[in-house]
Design a protein around this ligand. Structure first.
Ligand code: ZN
Ligand code: ZN
Length: 137
């Protein structure tokens, strides 16, 4: 919230409800899901506010898009620094991981292919332990 205010963003109740939901979720959320969850906090919320607030949060680097087969219309809270994303393809739970050896792995690819590697993004999909216990695999 402070970061938003520092950036001159006027926090209405509607926007605040959206921010709360996205930043505190441990799952990947689509705008329509943000809408449903945030409406529980602020009944008069409109879908347009949801989209606009998400846009702003993305612009400020507070959330990031998740790439999925159906497109990139889902978001997770961003984390400071360089991380890789691990996602449950059943329930949408996510976590970040570092994986030091990945950095040297990509450096090696650069040498092999003769590319000066600038950056990489990584998302790994799997099924979390909770979902597996419930019979998904
Ligand atoms: Zn799961
Ligand atoms: Zn990396």
């Amino acid at each position: 919230m402070q970061k938003l205010r520092d950036n001159g963003y006027r926090l209405t109740d509607a926007r605040e409800a959206v921010v709360e939901v996205v930043i505190n979720s441990d799952r990947v959320l689509k705008p329509c899901e943000v809408f449903d969850l945030a409406r529980a906090h602020y009944g008069k919320l409109g879908l347009v506010s949801v989209y606009r607030t998400l846009e702003k949060l993305e612009e400020l680097g507070m959330i990031q898009r998740v790439h999925q087969h159906q497109g990139c219309q889902a978001f997770v809270a961003a984390k400071e620094g360089h991380h890789h994303l691990l996602l449950c393809s059943v329930c949408g739970r996510y976590e970040y991981f570092q994986g030091e050896n990945l950095e040297s792995f990509f450096a090696q690819i650069g040498i092999e292919k003769d590319y000066q590697i600038e950056e990489h993004w990584m998302q790994v999909f799997g099924v979390c332990s909770t979902c597996r216990r419930q019979g998904y695999s």
